[in-house]
Design a protein around this ligand. Structure first.
Ligand SMILES: Nc1ncnc2c1ncn2[C@@H]1O[C@H](COP(=O)(O)OP(=O)(O)OP(=O)(O)O)[C@@H](O)[C@H]1O
Ligand code: SF4
Ligand SMILES: [Mg+2]
Length: 318
């Protein structure tokens, strides 16, 4: 069952030099319980995409067009008040650098309470029920309930990140968006926090979009991989199939650039310069770096299409 469907989403930053085309015609669907991993080099538009789904971007960013369908509801057509009500309860974000988003002068319980209370304005829950829920949430992410009384500076990075996961799942959303939830943590803590996120997601039956750089972690954690390049989704498909046989030349380089030894398999980049999204190269934006470039790639822009069952690729080779 499809939970979230993104159609032709375009998001630009309107700078004094012109529009930065951070997200260009992105379309994909997310099924119930699915884990979609979004990868791509820095500046490829991953965070912009994720933030636009929640309408949390600030000017100069503007959603130019598209639809974000959660069930039958187009999030982009909601009023601001309706959108605020949908955040956390329907679709929640664990933002990039989430642990720094905690308020340093507020106890953890107060911050969790704020989220829960906002969506509890008809007072279905009384104070003691809210507190019980907070304790449950903390325990669900592997923290002791005593953490409720602490301030962020009393917690380690991994603990803060768990608090942010607790906040994300607090209202049992259908979709969780996690933007590099573990990038600031060491490898061991990273795995533990990912496990916690996975368990929490499964428990509430949510779908997950995970933005990340660590392909090793992705390979183990997600069902589907989406690869972004210069604001576009260039390949999307089942994780096993993509690792076994990547079809887009950029995905091939991404996977070939991973060290084969065990350890942290972080994508460190491929030769060539990341294109400017202010003046992206004409035709296929990857053509200046593509080992398989053809003459017509310089003028003709490929579109994402299903080139094999379940395999979507945007490349003129197919
Ligand atoms: N406020 C802004 N004004 C202008 N351009 C912006 C702004 N924020 C982001 N951009 C541009 O939008 C593009 C996409 O940025 P985004 O943060 O979405 O990338 P990302 O894939 O999340 O990168 P990272 O992996 O580094 O987090 C980049 O080219 C960036 O320079
Ligand atoms: S369209 Fe051409 S330049 Fe772009 S990835 Fe495919 S082969 Fe390479
Ligand atoms: Mg980002």
């Amino acid at each position: 069952m499809t939970v979230l469907r993104v159609e032709n989403l375009r998001v630009h930053y309107h700078t004094k030099d012109g529009p930065v085309r951070a997200v260009e015609n992105v379309s994909f669907a997310l099924q119930r319980g699915e884990r979609l991993g979004l990868v791509g080099e820095s500046g490829s538009g991953k965070s912009t995409m994720v933030l636009s789904l929640l309408r949390m971007l600030k000017p100069p960013a503007r959603i130019e067009s598209g639809r974000v369908l959660l069930g039958d509801i187009d999030l982009l057509a909601l009023t601001d008040a309706q959108m605020r009500a949908a955040r956390f309860s329907q679709i929640a974000l664990i933002p990039q650098g989430a642990m720094n988003s905690l308020n340093p002068v507020m106890r953890i319980k107060t911050q969790l309470m704020d989220t829960i209370r906002y969506h509890n304005r008809n007072n279905r829950l009384d104070q003691s029920e809210i507190m019980a829920h907070i304790h449950e949430l903390l325990e669900a992410v592997g923290l002791d309930r005593s953490v409720a009384n602490m301030y962020p500076h009393e917690l380690s990075g991994g603990m803060k990140q768990r608090v942010c996961i607790a906040m994300g799942i607090s209202l049992q959303p259908q979709v969780i968006l996690a933007d590099e939830p573990t990038s600031a943590l060491d490898v061991v803590v990273q795995r533990q926090v990912m496990e916690t996120l996975g368990q929490a997601q499964e428990e509430i039956g949510a779908s997950l979009i995970l933005v990340g750089h660590d392909m090793g972690l992705m390979a183990q954690f997600v069902n589907t991989i989406g690869v972004m390049y210069a604001g576009k989704l260039v390949e999307i498909g089942p994780v096993d199939a993509i690792f076994e046989e990547p079809l887009h030349p950029y995905t091939r380089l991404l996977i070939a650039s991973l060290p084969s030894l065990e350890g942290k398999r972080i994508f460190r980049g491929i030769p060539g310069i990341t294109p400017s999204l202010l003046t992206p190269p004409p035709g296929c934006a990857f053509h200046p770096r593509c080992p398989q470039v053809m003459e017509h790639c310089k003028a003709e822009a490929p579109v994402l299409q299903e080139v094999r069952p379940g395999r979507w690729v945007s490349c003129l080779l197919y």
